[in-house]
Write a protein that binds this ligand. Structure first.
Ligand SMILES: *Cc1c(COP(=O)(O)O)cnc(C)c1O
Length: 240
């Protein structure tokens, strides 16, 4: 099957999930997770009218940049971001979805100040309580969001999470409910400059559940581009 056909199937899945809970499919953005995917394949997705991709490694982002730049698109950073790469990534992306610690926030903000720029970000929340995953503890997210108000060049737009990997859908759903609760808690405080519009959650295997629970961005890789050669832990863990 071609990339455009697989994208068609994903678009159908998004539509069905929205229908089930009475949501408008236009409220759900499709982000293509393009780690390990060649620029040629990504361009096939652009021809199919997709315009949003996500990368996990700064090195890979840089390598593909020149081949993709002629095509109108946006790139989000969705991997674990090492502080020493913070400066570099800002040149290539319109949003960092994986903000999970203050040291990173401070570095980014300092750089943005120098460049006289702003950048959209999402706060990553670890909703599965798995040690292998990065992200703020759900109970720490509110305090973190309060502190973010002191770094106005980073525009907080919402939250991101990687749900539990499990075939038990109720356990997966619970992660996405935790996200909603964290969002509601933070929105309830009306923090200056902090928006909670976006919930980035749901991947190839669990996007329906995520949409039912309120996802506004689903991040899909395997279902469009096929299996990857590396296990995902390679992309989520530092130093490996
Ligand atoms: C790879 C990746 C995805 C996509 O996962 P699939 O299961 O291949 O759809 C989504 N989010 C993040 C953060 C990823 O690293």
């Amino acid at each position: 099957m071609h990339v455009y056909e697989k994208i068609g199937l994903i678009r159908q899945r998004i539509e069905c999930a929205c229908q089930k809970v009475g949501r408008n499919p236009n409220e759900v953005k499709l982000l293509l997770a393009t780690k390990t995917v060649s620029p040629e394949k990504i361009i096939e997705a652009f021809w199919a009218d997709e315009t949003l991709i996500g990368e996990n490694k700064v090195q890979e982002l840089k390598q593909k940049y020149n081949k993709l730049k002629a095509f109108p698109h946006e790139t989000h950073f969705i991997g674990h971001l090492q502080s020493n790469k913070a400066k570099e990534v800002v040149k290539y992306v319109s949003c960092i979805q994986s903000i999970d610690r203050m040291s990173l926030v401070k570095k980014l903000h300092k750089y943005l100040e120098k460049e006289d720029r702003r950048l959209a970000v999402l706060l990553q929340v670890n909703t599965s309580a798995e040690e292998s995953k990065f992200g703020l503890h759900p109970k720490a997210a509110l305090q973190f969001a309060k502190e973010m108000a002191g770094f106005p060049l980073l525009k907080v737009k919402g939250l991101m999470t990687i749900g539990l990997f499990s075939s038990e859908s109720e356990k997966v759903r619970k992660c996405f409910r935790v996200m909603r609760e964290v969002r509601d808690e933070i929105s309830g405080h009306n923090l200056p400059g902090i928006e909670m519009k976006e919930l980035s959650m749901g991947m190839s295997n669990d996007l329906e559940i995520a949409i039912e629970e309120g996802a506004t961005i689903v991040r899909v890789g395997t279902a469009v581009f096929g299996e990857r050669g590396f296990p995902d832990s390679y992309y989520w863990n530092e130093g490996t």
